[in-house]
Design a protein around this ligand. Sequence first.
Ligand code: ADP
Ligand code: MG
Length: 295
Amino acid sequence: MSDRHDVVSASGLNIAYTGAGGFALRDIDFTIRAGEIHGIVGESGSGKSTLGLSLLGLLPENARLSASVFSIAGHDMAAAHEHDWIPIRRGVGSMVFQEPSSALDPTLPVGRQIEESLKLAGWPRDQRRARAIQILDRVHIPEPERRADMYPHQLSGGQRQRVCIAMALAPRPTFLIADEPTSALDVTVQHEILDLFREIRRVTDIGIAFISHDLAVVSQIADRVTVLYRGGLVQHGTVHDVLANHPEPYTQALLRAVPSVRDRPKSPFDIGQGGAWSSVRPHETDDGTKEVSHG
Ligand SMILES: Nc1ncnc2c1ncn2[C@@H]1O[C@H](COP(=O)(O)OP(=O)(O)O)[C@@H](O)[C@H]1O
Ligand SMILES: [Mg+2]
């Protein structure tokens, strides 16, 4: 598919929220390569969204970022100002959020919303409608010409998330940040959207960061994985190395907390119930079973 060059590269990344006491991310090294899906996993509050938002300059006002390397699609953004991010957000990098309903404007037909994102990315007016229809078709929205004229509420939840993915892909971005894109969907639809991400990986060169609290989801879709815990990087590497061969104690705890991974028979991720615990572990419920909070 591609030479797997880095499209996003961060090293020694620290992010603190002023007034919130302490760092949301500490000394993180993170890259996204062209044509890969890089999973970011960890329990709620571990810093996943903070990392994802930072890569598009979308952190809130009270966030303070420092890094020794912070290269986004070839631009050094370590000391970037808001206006420096605008060209990156308009077509170079895209974001897909957990809730398609809040990401879409309820008052505009979905095709128009895609055309709007193409307009911001500098696409000429006479090409936008055709590209919107084409990309709706690519994300497998049936009868895309008819659906383009529909409003978000006229589509199912799964179709709305497909529209959000279409909007993100329309301007042909270099990289895509998907923050819990399947977490609000029911299981069947979740599988369909994961299939779509796999297909995007197969047929495009886009580098994808796929954020999820759910290690089972990440294990199904990612090439590499980064495990965060309380703002620190616990482990990163290929999915196979991290989840099957050499999971750190915290990663093991996450694995044990996910029934669909734990119970999968003869899976490379079936690491058994043994293994040492460190002091780092997900929350335990009152009955002593492990539980990872969702976020
Ligand atoms: N705008 C903010 N102001 C202050 N603290 C924040 C803000 N956003 C997130 N945080 C804190 O930063 C930490 C990481 O949050 P977040 O990146 O949202 O984690 P995750 O996405 O893994 O659930 C949490 O402790 C959270 O409370
Ligand atoms: Mg989050």
